[in-house]
Design a protein. Structure first.
Length: 356
């Protein structure tokens, strides 16, 4: 079985470029050359390179791959899997990706580094849950405030509450800090400990081994924890304290978004098609997620149960995360993840989705 943490797999869906009137006028010679050559008037890209993660917020990729939606595009699609968003950020400097399916905060970091790209689609909204050990959950329920609960925990245990989540700059980590500071009223730097564990796999392992007190995480990890009877439960959901919370997005490089708008629109169209499929055919979508992530890591039954979670709210319309994106941008700037807050105009190209 594939290892979702370490695997670097390439997925190819090959077909000949359609011979359109525009391509004929420009001459088919313009289509020759290396992968990723820009189209302009030459008929488009030969290859679309996609970076993605083995997480539920990238469900559209699983569906597009397994349902053959990539075959509807006029270019080969090559997919490369990464364990977390910061890894994609690092690779974006040298990896020539046309589409990056990952968290909105890493997407902001890429744009902040002046890599020419914008968000053309959302993948999911309200995707994060805050999980805590059952011992703390009982304190949480009886305390007058969240801040009091964390203080009581520290007094009883003789140590601070420890969260284990994705690396700094990731959506789970930024959202956790936002929730602690803005909703709970505690200082994430002094009142609790936040440990970077890597991707979803290490977080899941830490929860099942009882090595952390809590986490900020997306599906299917909460469902895995529940089905394994691990002593953790959800004490907060992003949809309650930040409705329309952005999570994973489709960040599209300008060579696809601007230079080849028809191919860009075609990709987002298949993305929307995959969103509809996931929402209307959860059984099949769960099977696809299990296949791509790896059945040993995500059995089909667990994948299907996770589809029923309120944190599995798959979307494509980028307008739905506009407000949340501004919150994330401002908070990411305050925490030093980006040099300055990005406006929605700087982050989004709504025109690709709206053109559909």
């Amino acid at each position: 079985m594939r290892n979702p943490t370490d695997e670097r797999s390439a997925v190819s869906r090959r077909r000949f470029l359609r011979t359109t009137a525009a391509a004929s006028a420009a001459g088919l010679a313009g289509l020759a050359g290396c992968s990723g050559a820009t189209g302009g008037g030459s008929g488009g890209l030969d290859e679309i390179r996609v970076a993605y993660m083995p997480i539920y917020p990238d469900m559209q990729y699983f569906v597009m791959q397994e349902e053959g939606y990539f075959d509807e595009l006029s270019a080969t699609v090559e997919g490369e899997v990464f364990s977390d968003g910061p890894s994609i950020v690092q690779a974006s400097a040298t990896g020539d990706f046309d589409v990056m399916l990952f968290g909105i905060v890493p997407a902001m970091i890429v744009m902040d580094k002046d890599i020419p790209a914008k968000i053309t689609a959302a993948n999911i909204q309200n995707a994060m849950k805050i999980l805590a050990h059952d011992d703390f959950a009982s304190i949480w329920e009886s305390a007058d405030s969240g801040a009091e609960a964390f203080a009581q925990f520290e007094e009883e245990k003789g140590r601070k509450f420890t969260f284990g989540t994705f690396p700094p700059g990731s959506v789970p980590e930024i959202l956790l800090r936002y929730w602690l500071a803005e909703t709970v009223g505690v200082d994430p730097d002094s009142d609790v400990n936040i440990t970077a564990l890597g991707g979803a796999g290490p977080v899941r392992q830490a929860l099942l081994a009882g090595e952390i007190d809590g986490t900020s995480i997306m599906e299917p990890v909460p469902t895995v924890v529940e089905r394994e009877d691990a002593p953790y439960q959800s004490i907060a959901w992003a949809g309650d304290f930040m409705p329309g919370q952005p999570a994973a997005v489709a960040l599209m490089h300008d060579r696809l978004r601007e230079d080849n708008p028809e191919q860009a629109a075609a990709f987002v169209e298949q993305h929307q098609r995959a969103t509809t499929f996931a929402n209307e055919s959860p059984d099949a979508a769960a099977q696809h997620a299990s296949t791509v992530i790896g059945e040993s890591s995500l059995p089909v039954e667990t994948a299907r149960a996770a589809m029923d979670s309120r944190a599995s709210d798959f979307i494509t319309d980028p307008h739905k995360i506009e407000d949340g994106a501004q919150i994330f941008s401002e908070y990411a700037a305050q925490s030093g993840k980006i040099d300055e807050a990005l406006s929605n105009d700087a982050m989004f190209d709504f025109g690709v989705y709206d053109s559909l």
